[in-house]
Ligand binder design. Structure first.
Ligand SMILES: *Cc1c(COP(=O)(O)O)cnc(C)c1O
Length: 450
């Protein structure tokens, strides 16, 4: 280990060469040959506590007020960042999001046991909070122990920058975000603006922003907060652990998740791995990744059994947070899919919007990425891989309120390339009782009548 003390309970390790280790306080994003790092935990240390005791501890801490353990992430602190001082934790009590039983939508599509893990019900409205609390906490700890870090920075399709800006602002650490100009939603743009981040809107796409942020982190010492920094995975992996906990440690048959840069599916699988290794669960769910057809490099590789991978130029999609052609965590994701008998599906723009609209009518309010996952689920059903009695959890990655632009366009029948089969535009009428009553009766009959 380069600078670490021997009693560390977690460290960075090269995926390609496990003998290459780095202390978590080292500023390092990739291994010596440029490959991905991962955080590895001292499993023998963790195994000193029994599965039953871990479950009891996690239950005891959930949603309580003892700092910082009430957070869904920090309630699992020993599995996440065991060596951090509690006073350096930057938390907004992220996690413990609702596992929504989609009873009515499920019945409509022939599934009795369908659930949505609503990760968007969070401080900045997406699952990115789960990873950012860990990364920003580690940065605060490094600054406290004298490491020179002038700022934290990320390239973003919108949600990463919102999470980074909020957590950095809470910690009083400067944040810099690089966004592709005109390619993110208004709600996503205003979050870092309001939180006081230094916001750059660049004339490029996400992959172009990524190139710039890599340069400022390498040349100017700015700390990189993108998911090639494997600290974020440590927080995001709690989503799978939480799903297990919410089902009393019984795993579903299928987990369906949208993927762009592919950090989140890697994280999901990593959480499940730890649950297995430490004996908290015994059943192995299958994992399906949904991609937008406009940004589908993983899907294309899946069709060729992951034997070849070619980055693509991602085209515009309503699922803007996954408009990524060269996913950083491709290798980790393929590994994850191999361990969990994985499948990849793709969704066209109109499939995404129609499935969102259909599910929204049953009380949900889906972001387009969740729509991608729902389309993937429908395709699994059609292929006979998901059957009526299966228990399925769809990981909903963001709150629909962050993506009202595409929803509004859909319901106004103005979304380019999409026909809008379930539009519900506001009915504009004069303030006249008779006209309102007639129209009201017709609408009730049309929508709910026989
Ligand atoms: C970041 C993001 C994703 C994709 O996660 P990856 O780790 O990039 O695969 C999906 N949905 C939303 C809403 C996101 O913000």
């Amino acid at each position: 280990m380069a600078t670490g003390s021997p009693q560390r309970r977690a460290w960075f390790e090269s995926i390609a060469d496990p003998s290459e280790r780095h202390d978590l306080e080292e500023v390092v994003y990739s291994d010596r040959s440029g490959g991905l790092l991962q955080v590895v935990h001292d499993q023998a240390e963790l195994a000193k506590r029994s599965a039953a005791d871990w479950k009891a501890l996690f239950e005891l801490r959930a949603r309580r007020n003892e700092w910082p353990y009430g957070s869904g992430v920090w309630g699992k602190k020993e599995w996440v960042l065991p060596d951090i001082d509690n006073e350096n934790v930057v938390s907004m009590y992220e996690g413990h999001t609702n596992l929504f039983w989609a009873e009515r939508y499920g019945r409509q599509i022939g599934l009795e046991d369908l659930w949505l893990k609503l990760c968007g019900n969070s401080h900045t409205g997406s699952f990115k909070d789960l990873g950012m609390t860990v990364l920003v906490s580690q940065v605060k700890q490094m600054i406290a122990s004298g490491v020179s870090i002038p700022a934290v920075a990320c390239a973003s399709t919108g949600d990463t920058s919102a999470a980074l800006s909020a957590y950095a602002a809470a910690a009083g650490i400067p944040a810099i975000v690089f966004l592709p100009r005109g390619k993110i939603s208004l709600a996503q743009l205003i979050q870092p603006v309001a939180n006081g981040a230094i916001v750059f809107a660049l004339d490029t796409d996400f992959d172009g922003c990524m190139e710039i942020v890599k340069q400022v982190s390498m040349k100017d010492g700015v700390y990189l907060a993108n998911s090639m920094n494997s600290l974020r995975v440590e927080g995001q992996k709690t989503v799978g652990i939480e799903i297990a906990q919410q089902f009393d440690w019984q795993m579903p048959d299928w987990l369906v998740i949208p993927g762009g840069n592919l950090g989140n599916v890697s994280a999901l699988a990593k959480g499940l791995d730890m649950l297995f290794e430490l004996g908290l669960i015994t059943k192995r769910p299958r994992i399906c990744v949904g991609q937008a057809a406009a940004a589908n490099p993983l899907y294309l590789a899946y069709l060729r059994n992951f034997e070849v991978f070619e980055p693509i130029a991602a085209r515009t999609t309503v699922a803007s947070a996954i408009q990524i052609g060269n996913p950083v965590s491709y290798v980790k994701a393929v590994d994850a899919l191999r361990r969990y008998d994985g499948v990849v599906e793709e969704a066209s723009e109109s499939e995404i919007m129609e499935e969102c609209a259909k599910a929204d009518r049953t009380g949900l309010f889906n972001c387009p990425h969740t729509g991608v996952a729902l389309v993937a689920l429908r395709k699994l059903q059609r292929r006979g891989l998901v059957k009526g009695g299966d228990k399925v959890v769809v990981v909903s990655t963001a709150h629909g309120l962050k993506f009202v632009d595409s929803k509004l366009a859909y319901h106004s029948m103005k979304l380019e390339g999409v026909v809008s089969e379930h539009p519900n535009p506001p009915i504009e009428l004069p303030a006249d009782y008779g006209q309102v009553r007639d129209r009201m009766k017709r609408e009730i009959d049309r929508r709910f009548g026989g």
